[in-house]
Design a protein around this ligand. Structure first.
Ligand SMILES: Nc1ncnc2c1ncn2[C@@H]1O[C@H](COP(=O)(O)OP(=O)(O)O)[C@@H](O)[C@H]1O
Ligand SMILES: [Mg+2]
Length: 271
């Protein structure tokens, strides 16, 4: 049997993540909202089966960059993206790309839990229905159970799957949104400050979940909490005034960063 302690296994997994292949790459990514430029030639790679945290002071462009990764910025009229973003081998801004399909591969969880005003069950089956991932009731049942298991919510809701998702607590709603994202078998999950509307206990649960999800998914999380970045991520990227300042191993980032601006930020000198 495996002789490694749990801590040693964790450590090995973390180290492996620092050399994991790139799942997504951003090359010279710039974003404009009308005349205003929000990102300046960002070059950032996202490693497979790794949690990458995006940190930096408010307004530095974290959400803007995150939204580039599944073309969510397309929904903002004034927004223009230049540069290149690749998922596996494919350019996601290529005209041949089906954006709906892209967003199934690169799912998203938002700041405020936003379940549909439908049952817990329907919240989870919505995506699989659209994408034709299941046909029979048994198949949908299986997706619902599997997704809610993955989101750490199954035990809490298995006896009330047909009650409204909006009747759950905030933390449960956010885990339902994670289940909804997981239900279409994404490869990448983007999270934009997913805990900012949650209390500390619900936050701890979601953080634990993120930690578990990294085994099967590539995760990019925006957080304004450096403590959270340190707890959940293996790689951290620091943004400042629309520039990527530094991307590094999370432990290194918070103990011995390469860039003075990262040092200043983690010491609380700005932001
Ligand atoms: N929809 C939008 N329209 C115009 N400007 C925007 C929009 N979204 C963000 N911005 C601007 O782009 C910059 C980066 O914003 P954002 O990516 O939301 O930062 P962060 O997530 O780091 O707080 C800010 O100056 C913000 O005001
Ligand atoms: Mg933001």
């Amino acid at each position: 049997m495996n002789m490694m302690s749990e801590a040693a296994v964790e450590k090995a997994l973390d180290q492996k993540m620092n050399t994991a292949p790139y799942k997504m790459t951003g090359k010279d990514v710039s974003v404009y909202y009308g005349e205003k430029r929000a990102l300046f030639d960002v070059n950032l790679n996202v490693r497979e089966n790794t949690v990458t945290a995006l940190i930096g002071p408010s307004g530095c462009g974290k959400s803007t960059f995150l939204r580039c990764l599944n073309r969510m910025n397309d929904t903002i009229d004034s927004c223009r993206v230049t540069g290149k973003i690749v998922l596996d081998e494919g350019d996601i801004y290529d005209p041949s790309i089906d954006v709906v399909e892209l967003r199934a591969r690169v799912g998203m969880v938002f700041q405020k839990p936003n379940p549909f005003p439908k049952s817990i069950y329907e919240n989870v089956t919505y995506g699989p229905k659209i994408h034709g991932l299941a046909r029979t009731k048994a198949e949908f049942d299986q997706i619902v159970e599997h997704s809610l298991q993955k989101a750490g919510l199954w035990n809490e809701v298995k006896d009330r799957l047909h009650e409204s998702g909006t009747g759950l607590s905030g933390g449960q709603q956010q885990r339902l949104c994670i289940a909804r994202a997981v239900a279409v078998s994404p490869e990448v999950i983007l999270m934009d400050e997913p805990c900012s509307a949650l209390d500390p206990i619900a936050t701890a649960k979601v953080e634990e979940l993120i930690h578990e999800l990294r085994a099967n998914y590539t995760i990019v999380i925006v957080t304004h909490s450096m403590q959270q970045a340190a707890r959940v991520s293996q790689r951290t990227a620091m943004f400042h005034l629309g520039n990527l300042v530094e991307e590094n191993d999370t432990d290194k980032m918070f103990t011995n960063p390469d860039d003075q601006r990262t040092q200043d930020y983690i010491m609380g000198r700005f932001g």
